[in-house]
Write a protein that binds this ligand. Structure first.
Ligand code: ADA
Length: 578
């Protein structure tokens, strides 16, 4: 399942899961016509959705690969192919005809094919996972960037008039009331004009009923505005959700929303007017056996482990995560930080304004917001991580990105994570500032205090004295199972000790509103033979996880849990500092 609930009851939809024909194209010689008529006979078969790098013999391949499958259609109909995520460059061919191209990795794209005849049809997808200086992420990056069709491909049968989009926004007008705007994008594939009934349900009760007129092969936007009363807010301890279902002629679509406000005041983040202290972890959606194709079943267990640790928030580092995962967070009242893969520790300022890179970044950001607009758990849209925010180029990019976000969604906070807290020139541009700092790992632990002092002063200089601050990354590596009596670097003991000390320090600073430990689980790192940048990644993993890659707890997990489940006021920690 893509979501934790059913999105269509009338629209027929099928997941194209299974084994697809597959071949690497190492020299990039493939031509569409050739592969259509003559797909190499020595091809392999791989599962979809999946990452090829999790299959034997394909561990380290980055580059072009071709996929093919066959689709049998019983009765002529209009089809919609919805790709939930394909890594990197994707070209899609239907019976040899190029349907289109998408660049990205974690966001969906679709194609509508009208009047498909009954019979067997060929679907070919060319993918290219190559990372370069203007891809997202940049080619030097501290995680393994798997290739493939990583999330499901959905085949939908569309009626003549179909719902191309439903967006729901609201303005709260009181504690339990809101002005709600529902926008339906309707498309007609018919040669004749059509009048169709439109019904909208809120939790199974009809709240709107009328009809809509669509010109032949045309589209319209239907806007329904209503005042809703007796609403319950989405709160972390009581995350009330509302199902909204539109039925238009023979088509339908269901989505889910929650009502809540978020704002900042005097360095605090307020949810429904109440101050939040955030206790979180950074989560890569990655596993040694599934790569980025993280199975739903494991997500529920992962969330249970995170909840048991006392977290009330997760940062989706460093790319748009599965809709299923965000649905689980909506249901559990867990706050989510969502971002796109602009990962910059090694990303030079001069590359940040490459027009193609900027265009790709803006597109991915826009697609992420469009996809996830309705999730109440998302409070933060983050536009970049650790780029050179001392530079003019990063300043310009930040302005472009924040403007884009605000033009699409004003109901959330715009943020980023800086690795230059003492020299950053972008501090004044955001609603919330995230700091990534590795005191006790890449430099001494004592440097945290000095850094925070300088940073707080600098915030005043940049007009950010009231901007909330989150420690978005800190930590150190601990290799699972390596424990002893002495806190050696890379031992579980060192990592646990470092995280305990760091959390206590941050909780004694009233100007910090929360923490995200780097990181929840160990993650596969880039191949060291391939990129020499991450030579300290023992086992070819980033070992800073609280649990290992198979989600087994390290000592640090128990230490963080002890702090996150302590019911004292988070700021009342000064006396416990050692
Ligand atoms: C950075 C980065 C993370 C990770 C971390 C580390 O802050 O954002 O993705 O690479 O450093 O482990 O050094």
């Amino acid at each position: 399942m893509i979501r934790t609930f059913q999105q269509h009851r009338l629209r027929e939809s099928q997941l194209l899961d299974g084994l697809w024909d597959f071949v690497f194209d190492k020299d990039n010689i493939g031509l569409s016509e050739e592969w259509h008529t003559n797909f190499p006979s020595n091809h392999d078969r791989v599962p979809v959705p999946a990452c090829w790098n999790n299959e034997l013999g394909k561990y380290d391949y980055e580059g072009v690969a071709w996929y093919r499958t066959w689709i049998t259609i019983e009765d002529s109909s209009h089809l919609r192919l919805l790709f939930h995520a394909v890594m990197g460059h994707a070209d899609v061919y239907w019976n040899g005809q190029h349907l289109g191209y998408h660049y990205g990795g974690f966001t969906p794209f679709d194609f509508v094919i009208p009047n498909v005849t009954a019979g067997v049809h060929e679907l070919i997808v060319r993918t290219d996972s190559t990372l370069e200086h203007n891809t997202l992420p940049y080619h030097i990056v501290d995680w393994f960037h798997y290739g493939g069709i990583i999330r499901p491909v959905e085949l939908q049968h569309l009626p003549d008039v179909w719902i191309d989009g439903m967006s729901i926004t609201y303005d709260l007008t009181g504690a339990s009331s809101a002005d709600v705007q529902i926008r339906l994008k309707l498309q007609s594939l018919s040669d004749t004009p059509a009048e169709v009934p439109v019904t909208i349900y809120r939790n199974h009760e009809i709240c709107y009923s009328d009809s809509a007129y669509l010109p032949a092969k045309g589209n319209i936007e239907l806007v329904v505005e209503q005042n809703w009363i007796d609403l319950k807010r989405w709160e972390t301890e009581d995350p009330v959700l509302y199902m909204i279902r539109a039925v238009v002629g023979k088509d339908d679509k269901t989505d889910r929303i929650g009502f809540r406000s978020v704002e900042t005041r005097n360095k605090k983040i307020l949810l429904n007017g109440k101050e939040l202290y955030l206790q979180g972890v950074n989560r890569h959606e990655e596993h040694p056996d599934w790569g980025f194709s993280f199975p739903n079943k494991l997500m529920t267990k992962e969330l249970d482990i995170i909840l048991q640790m006392g977290c009330n928030t997760v940062r989706g580092s460093h790319y748009p995560q599965s809709e299923y995962w965000i649905d689980l967070l909506d249901e559990q009242g867990i706050i989510f930080w969502s971002e796109i893969p602009i990962w910059g520790a090694a990303f030079p300022a001069k590359e940040t304004d490459d027009p193609l890179f900027v265009e790709r970044a803006m597109t991915m950001m826009g697609e992420m917001i469009d996809r996830d607009l309705h999730h109440p758990s998302i409070l933060f849209w983050s536009v970049h991580n650790e780029i050179d925010t001392r530079s003019e180029q990063a300043f310009e990019l930040s302005i472009k990105m924040t403007e884009l976000v605000k033009s699409k969604d004003q109901s959330r906070l715009v943020t980023y994570a800086t690795m230059h807290p003492m020299t950053d020139i972008c501090l004044g541009l955001f609603d919330v500032i995230g700091i990534n700092y590795y005191g006790g790992w890449y430099f001494g632990h004592a440097e945290f205090k000095d850094m925070l002092e300088v940073f707080h002063e600098r915030c005043k200089e940049y007009g950010a004295e009231n901007t909330p601050v989150l420690m978005t990354e800190f930590g150190g590596a601990g290799v699972y199972g390596d424990s002893g009596w002495e806190p050696r670097l890379f031992s579980e003991d060192y990592q646990a000790d470092l995280l305990g000390k760091s959390l206590k320090l941050f909780r004694s600073d009233p100007k910090i509103s929360g923490t995200y430990v780097w990181q929840f689980a160990d993650t596969r790192a880039q191949l060291q033979s391939h990129l020499p940048h991450f030579r300290d990644r023992a086992r070819s993993f980033n070992n800073k996880g609280l649990v290992n890659e198979y989600r087994k707890p390290k000592l640090a997990y128990r230490v963080v849990k002890g702090i996150y489940t302590d019911h004292r006021d988070p700021y009342d920690w000064g006396s416990t500092l050692s």
